[in-house]
Design a protein around this ligand. Structure first.
Ligand code: ZN
Length: 335
């Protein structure tokens, strides 16, 4: 099977994009508009702005795209919960407007069905539980709304945890953060450790009954950045059955020159450390200021398959990395 056929036949999962931010006027003020204000255009129209829309997802052969809801208080000081609800509203309106091509999903089975129907499966995540405004009870409502991955923090400290921006204080999870992990486990929502500081990561690993995800984080040994994970963290995540999605943010890929090959270098490194069962894709498209050479937008995802095949990965391993690992985790936690 050549790489084009292998890519088309695989279940491809990307566990992080910030496209919903490009669709909401509150986020598309001048300082946030580097990906283009698409609030009037919508996701169904092929755009030259940003990295992700429905036509480009289909061209890139993405089976399941996870859309982040992000209402961090640093950007929306007084109404992060309302902003999150508006983003979820926009998500469902986009799914409705594009119902011939996109279907909202919450389970492994629904993702497989979407693939059979030739549609893009769209899943909701929360990036930064600031949106709970201090209430773990609100998680149950987000679960009913279809959210299936939750990051406790978006780099800046909140009621639940310290983020990577709080390395000086080095705090772990608060009591509320620990309660949130318990409630996420009970509800069947995946805990996302991306953006947590290292102390918070270790607390989550100890507290969570279920395997966890690092939806968009790379290997710190390959590129030394606090948003990437140390070897010990990667081993512990893998031992628990977790998966990490490779982030395309140039600064997380390579200190000076980020390329498609550089992203695959992270995959190689993680496979060398813990085998092929714990790595996947988590592009961060529409949330990163620039892209690696060769990965300019979501239509370029097949180039990763080409590069994996070129480096000698077998078909089974390529399928795992493209989405099989993420799907195993989704099945284990969400059903
Ligand atoms: Zn992020």
């Amino acid at each position: 099977m050549d790489y084009v056929e292998l890519h088309r036949d695989s279940l491809v999962v990307d566990t992080h994009c910030d496209t919903l931010k490009c669709l909401l006027p509150v986020f598309t003020r001048p300082r946030d508009s580097m990906w283009g204000d698409r609030s009037k255009v919508g996701m169904g129209v092929r755009s030259s702005m940003g990295h992700v829309d429905v036509p480009r997802l289909l061209e890139g052969g993405v089976t399941c795209q996870v859309f982040a809801v992000s209402g961090e208080r640093s950007r929306t000081p007084s109404h992060s919960l309302r902003t999150a609800l508006e983003m979820i509203d926009r998500f469902f309106r986009e799914c409705d407007a594009n119902r011939g091509a996109v279907v909202p999903v919450t389970t492994h089975g629904e993702i497989v069905q979407a693939k059979r129907a030739g549609k893009v499966a769209a899943m909701l995540s929360i990036e930064g539980a600031d949106v709970l405004e201090g209430s773990v009870d609100v998680l149950r409502v987000f679960h009913r709304l279809g959210v299936r991955m939750v990051g406790l923090v978006h780099s800046i400290r909140n009621e639940l945890a310290d983020g990577v921006a709080d390395r000086r204080t080095g705090g772990g999870l608060s009591e509320l953060g620990a309660q949130a992990v318990g409630e996420l486990n009970r509800l069947g929502m995946i805990v996302d450790v991306s953006h947590l500081n290292d102390e918070g990561f270790w607390d989550v690993l100890e507290l969570s009954r279920d395997p966890v995800i690092a939806s968009h984080s790379n290997a710190r040994a390959v590129c030394d950045h606090p948003r990437n994970m140390t070897d010990d963290m990667i081993r512990a995540l893998a031992e628990k059955g977790g998966v990490m999605g490779m982030n395309f943010a140039p600064g997380f890929v390579h200190p000076s020159r980020a390329t498609l090959g550089g992203v695959v270098d992270h995959i190689d490194y993680i496979v060398g450390l813990v085998g092929p069962g714990h790595v996947g894709l988590g592009s961060d498209f529409d949330g990163i200021p620039s892209t690696p050479v060769g990965l300019e937008d979501v239509t370029r995802i097949p180039a990763i398959t080409e590069e994996l095949v070129r480096r000698g990965y077998g078909e089974d391993d390529v399928r795992k990395i493209l989405g099989g690992n993420h799907l195993r985790l989704i099945r284990a936690v969400c059903g």
